[in-house]
Design a protein around this ligand. Sequence first.
Ligand SMILES: Nc1ncnc2c1ncn2[C@@H]1O[C@H](COP(=O)(O)OP(=O)(O)OP(=O)(O)O)[C@@H](O)[C@H]1O
Length: 277
Amino acid sequence: MPDALITVRGLKVALPDMTRKPLFGRAPMAEILKGLDFELPKNSITGIVGESGSGKSTLGRALVRLIEPSAGSVTFDGRDITHLSDAELKPLRRDLQMIFQDPMSSLNPRRTIGSIIAAPLKQNGMGDNLRERVAEALRRVGLPVNFAMRYRHELSGGQRQRVGIARALALSPKFVLADEIVSGLDVSTQAQVLTLLERLAGEMGLTVAFISHDLSVIRRLCRQVIVMRQGEIVEAGPTDELFGDPKQAYTRELIAAIPLPEIDPDWLRAKPLAAAN
Ligand SMILES: Nc1ncnc2c1ncn2[C@@H]1O[C@H](COP(=O)(O)OP(=O)(O)OP(=O)(O)O)[C@@H](O)[C@H]1O
């Protein structure tokens, strides 16, 4: 097994079930994740796939410790982070970054793109040479440096998602959670954003958890795949094996039901960069 950046053992997450909250008193807890075991190997992209409500986003949030697991453990780079306090997590935040699904809602409309990218740098003690660091972050994602002066509404959807990537990668993290980052973008823009993520992940040696409902994208982009259903892992393994010889009926059904690709077919046919090297 390749060296793991993140190791998950017996991971459970329980959240208050608001649909069953009594008029008075607390809502009962609902178990969303029911004991997951897996590893995320260093310097690789792992796809997390499953039907809506299967727990993908909850898992992602537990990996970056935005929610605290109710049982089991999450080990990041050799350190057990399962129950660290906010203060203990603070120095690790830089290494655990996220790219959000909808940059429209995650980019503050009243701040310039430059100040949005600068904010986490300042919070993480990287406030020196700020102008140069922001320029470098923009260049890295293929945006002109003068975009630092612009505002969210002046950018296209693809440009906004590039800013989301620039912001997450400005801190040179070790781990990036990418949760449905291209849904909502048009077909050719999706391919451009994924090509960029793939290239930067390779260049920067990132470990990425890539959540998507689109199996054709996962197959093309990810080295290994985790298939989830109802808060459990149905099947996990190297992408080639999982698609070539799925062991579980549910995985076979998912693969058989892959709809026509929602993405640029040229991108799907292109060789993954990792394999091309
Ligand atoms: N804060 C919460 N409190 C209670 N239940 C929640 C909470 N967040 C999510 N859930 C429930 O947990 C289950 C898993 O949700 P989650 O968003 O992780 O799934 P998902 O696979 O990411 O779905 P989608 O693909 O639709 O985003 C769902 O049944 C959802 O209703």
